[in-house]
Design a protein around this ligand. Structure first.
Ligand code: SAM
Length: 232
């Protein structure tokens, strides 16, 4: 049994691995020592157990002791495309959405988006939130958080669904898991007629989240929650 089960992100899994400054500092704070064992993952699906062979002011080195075959990912990559939201709401969506298995977050600028853009600092913060949430939820994949795109330029692959109040279709009944999946949710003001026409053009199917109107930060998590409830 390993003495320590801390999770450390490495650039890629190999016989011998070295750590960047951020991870090194983290290990020092945790007071780990050479000989301790940690869980390693590369953020792209590979994970394993490694022994800390060196930890000093100059850096940290790890030796791989075994690879893990456990997968916590859906059978197909799931993209959550969410309209730009105000304040900390996007961070909440990225944090919980990572726990719920999204592989990619695509931020969308829709007609009634709460804000027209977000700054580089905010985007960098959302990426850190995704990395922390991936560690916490023991995922081996750290979701990508992609810079905002106008809905008109969005070109999702595979099955595409968008949450729209009053739609008769249900997500779980329509998902086939035969292709990548994209779930789209709107801003507080909903989708405009032009947004809806664009979604139709993309072949996206409208789905319900029940008879109640959910806040714009709740709806994307309800979409992912529906997938998670399938046990995948
Ligand atoms: N008045 C807006 C409308 O009719 O679309 C309400 C927008 S709602 C606050 C924000 C977003 O959450 C919507 O654009 C939609 O994507 C999603 N949403 C909220 N409640 C929903 C429901 N019951 N069914 C499907 N989607 C919902």
């Amino acid at each position: 049994m390993a003495r320590h089960q801390h999770r450390v992100r490495v650039e890629s899994l190999g016989e011998r691995m070295t750590l960047g400054a951020a991870e090194l500092k983290h290990l020092q704070v945790l007071r780990l020592r050479p000989g301790d064992t940690v869980q390693v993952f590369d953020g792209q699906g590979a994970a394993g157990e490694a022994e800390l062979t060196q930890l000093d002011a100059f850096g940290a080195a790890l030796t791989l002791r075994g690879r893990s075959e456990i997968s916590r990912e859906y059978p197909q990559p799931v993209t959550l495309a969410t309209a730009l939201l105000k304040g900390d709401k996007l961070a909440d969506v990225v944090r919980a959405g990572t726990e719920l298995g999204a592989a990619t977050f695509q931020l969308l600028n829709t007609r009634y988006a709460d804000v027209p853009q977000i700054g580089d600092n905010k985007l960098a913060r959302l990426r850190r939130v995704a990395e922390e949430a991936a560690k916490q939820s023991q995922r081996t994949v750290v979701p990508q958080v992609l810079a905002p795109l106008p809905l008109a330029q969005f070109r999702p692959e595979g099955q595409v669904f968008y949450a729209h109040p009053g739609s008769p279709a249900q997500l779980l009944q329509a998902v086939t898991w035969q292709a990548p999946l994209t779930l789209v949710s709107g801003p507080e003001g909903g989708f405009s007629p032009k947004d809806l026409a664009q979604l139709e053009k993309l072949g996206a199917q409208a789905v319900t989240l029940g008879p109640r109107i959910l806040r714009a930060e709740t709806a994307p998590l309800a979409l992912l929650g529906a997938l998670a409830s399938s046990g995948m």
